[in-house]
Each structure stands twice: as C-alpha cells, then as structure tokens.
Design a protein. Structure first.
Ligand SMILES: *Cc1c(COP(=O)(O)O)cnc(C)c1O
Length: 239
C-alpha cells in the first residue's frame, strides 16, 4: 500500500512550539519535557521522516508492531518507549530492545522484565501505570495501591529495572476540567511518592496525548506521548 505521508516535519515543529508555549505559561523549562512520538500503526517511512526532522524519541504500544520495527528500535540514535499493556510472556522482546517501560503494574511483570533485561545486559527504566480515574476498562494500579506497590518493588531489589515515576492514560470523552483533575491527581500522587521514597524514583510524569498535552504540561508532565498530532490520523483507532 502506498500512501502519501503527511507533513511530519511541519507537524513536529508545530507540536514543539506548542510545548514551548505551554511550558512558558506554566513557568517551566521546556527542556524538562520529553516529546515521545507515538508511531503505532505508522510505517518505517513515517519514522524515517520524523528522524529527518530531528525526532529521536519514539513510542510503541504492541509487541507485534515493535518486532516489525526492530531495525529502527535498535538504532542507537533513537530512544524507544514501550507504552502499551504487556503480557508477561512477551516481556523478553521489550526488555531487550526498549529504554523505557511506561506500563508497569505488577511485581510479576517487573520480575520478568528484570530477568530479561539483565540477561540482555540492559537497564530498563520503568514508570508505574496508574488508573487515576478508576476507569474499569483501563489497566494500571489503583491510586490507593501505589505506595504499597512501591514498597514491594523497592524491597525486591531488582537490578535491571529501575523506577522513575508515574504514567496515566486519560479516560476517554471527559471534559477539560475532568482531564485536568486526572493530571493534577497524578502529579499529587507523584509528589507523595517522591516525599516518601525519594525524588530519584519519582522525577517523571508521563501524561498527555495529542488532544490534551498542553493541559498535561501545565499540570507537570515531563513526558508527553503524541501520535496523531505528528503523524496524522491512524488508519483505524484502537481502543
Ligand atoms: C496511541 C497512544 C498515544 C498517542 O495518542 P494520540 O491521541 O494519537 O496522540 C499515547 N499514549 C498511549 C498509551 C497510546 O496508546
């Protein structure tokens, strides 16, 4: 299938400019915000176009797509983030090839990732996925379960998986004020965890997508995960 590519360079420049503006209005340093270009459903040609426009940080959310893009994922110029739900039996591929893992929500998965990252001689940086809105359709830890999980995680003394912060996926179709409350909630939970377990483990907040990243930045996001605003609409939307 040949489709003409959208103007990815223009889109990226636009997103970067909006990130700078949102950071400036919040009195934040824009360099403290990582733009993750979410390339799910996109072809290697799309990714190459983004790389030509200076983008080096990418995200994927399924193992299947990640395996199809391995040469790009293994390109040492790039930093790849896994942002989807992962079954423990697929952990090897992700631990061996990705730098960041955003969706940690069980100790079983942490141990599995640790084993495979260790075997591959890699260090995997992890974020805890939090179901901040209590959405029954979402993965992630309930907010009340987070501090207990962190205690268990840190006690486990895993050598190849390290903890750096929290991630959430906003509930679909809520109002702007509802979305802001979710992001505020994640930031406050991050602050609570940083005070209790140390800022080294809680310096990152991964929140905000194409429709709401400016709100996320005003609430403290350090990583925004942006797909369609860069690459155009996906062929079909996955739940
Ligand atoms: C697809 C996806 C994104 C990007 O979504 P857009 O609305 O296209 O920006 C961000 N985070 C996760 C976890 C995703 O699966």
């Amino acid at each position: 299938m040949t489709t003409s590519l959208p103007d990815i360079q223009h889109n990226l420049e636009d997103v970067r400019e909006r990130i700078r503006c949102a950071a400036a209005s919040a009195g934040r340093d824009p360099d403290g915000i990582r733009l993750i270009a979410v390339s799910k459903y996109m072809t290697p040609a799309h990714i190459a176009r983004a790389m030509a426009a200076g983008q080096r940080v990418f995200g994927e959310n399924t193992v299947q797509e990640a395996l199809g893009k391995l040469p790009l994922i293994q390109d040492p110029q790039n930093e790849w983030h896994f942002i989807g739900h992962l079954q423990t039996n697929k952990a090897r591929h992700i631990a061996a090839n990705f730098a960041w893992f955003h969706t940690l929500d069980s100790l079983k998965l942490a141990r599995m990732l640790d084993r495979h990252a260790g075997a591959a001689g890699k260090q995997l940086r992890a974020l805890l996925q939090v179901n901040i809105s209590g959405d029954p359709d979402k993965f992630g830890l309930e907010p009340e379960a987070v501090t207990g999980f962190v205690e268990t995680f840190l006690d486990a003394g895993l050598g190849a998986v390290s903890l750096h912060g929290l991630m959430t996926i906003g509930r679909r179709g809520i109002s702007e004020s509802g979305r802001r409350r979710e992001f505020t909630g994640l930031r406050e939970l991050g602050d609570t965890c940083a005070a209790r377990f140390g800022t080294a483990h809680f310096s990152e907040l991964s929140m905000g997508m194409s429709d709401d990243y400016e709100i996320a930045i005003s609430e403290g996001a350090t990583m925004v995960r942006i797909g369609s605003a860069i690459f155009g609409p996906r062929p079909r939307q996955r739940a």
